[in-house]
Design a protein around this ligand. Sequence first.
Ligand code: KIV
Length: 287
Amino acid sequence: MAARVTVRDVLQMKERGEKICLVTAYDYTSARLLDDAGVPVLLVGDSLGMVVLGHSSTIPVTLDDMIHHGRAVTRGTRLALVVIDLPFMTYNVNVEQALTSAARVIQETYAQAVKIEGGEPVAPAVERLVQCGIPVMGHLGLTPQAIHQLGGFRAQGRSAVAAKALLADALLLQEAGAFAIVLEAVPPEVARIITQRLRIPTIGIGAGPHCDGQVQVFHDIFGLFSDFLPKHTKRFAEVGDVIAQATARYMAEVRSGTFPTAAHAPRMDPSELAALEAHLGVPAEAP
Ligand code: KIV
């Protein structure tokens, strides 16, 4: 039987030059579909605040939300490495807070790793988590938990100074022990330079083709989220349209009486029906 993907496997994929594919998952069903399809790494992103819970940002997401969804995702996987986001302000107060939050996530969900946003300020937390045996994925560039500071969902690292700062942060996270780093919404040239300078894999989203891997949001690539279409995404299916068409067919059949049929309900032995009718003194209505 094949074994679950580990963080060592992810590092070896970079060494072999094998592109690493990640997709977000938020529940048992999506996790099963992606795991069965062979996606090696599933990310329970705090993007669930937007695409599952309907918030306008990831900021309202709580640690309990992540644990609730993370447990469902790990129940749906056999082979994928599961990484769970630590949400807003659950790791930024101090290293102890980061450790307590990450420990809850790992112990209560059975996931294999956590992801945290930010560079230099979170490097001590990354180091401590890794020392305690908790693998950490970093996240640089557009860090959605900092949108108020960044002035919205804006591309990052577009000036030489900003790109140098991103590279410095990436090197710090690597030294702190991160096993991979998400680069979100940074110019491909900058992502290429960072990717070339790191031993650990970079995982791009809106960062061009040179990263060691790519991550995309489930609802974006399968056409399930229509509030807005981020520039970094591509629709690989229009599942939302399929659901709309199927819903219309379902309602038409219920209204016309063609669904359900006798085949969609349990059968009653005719002798039991006869006994019931005898008891009631009237023939029961035909099903
Ligand atoms: O929350 C999330 O889904 C993410 C990815 C988009 C990288 O952080």
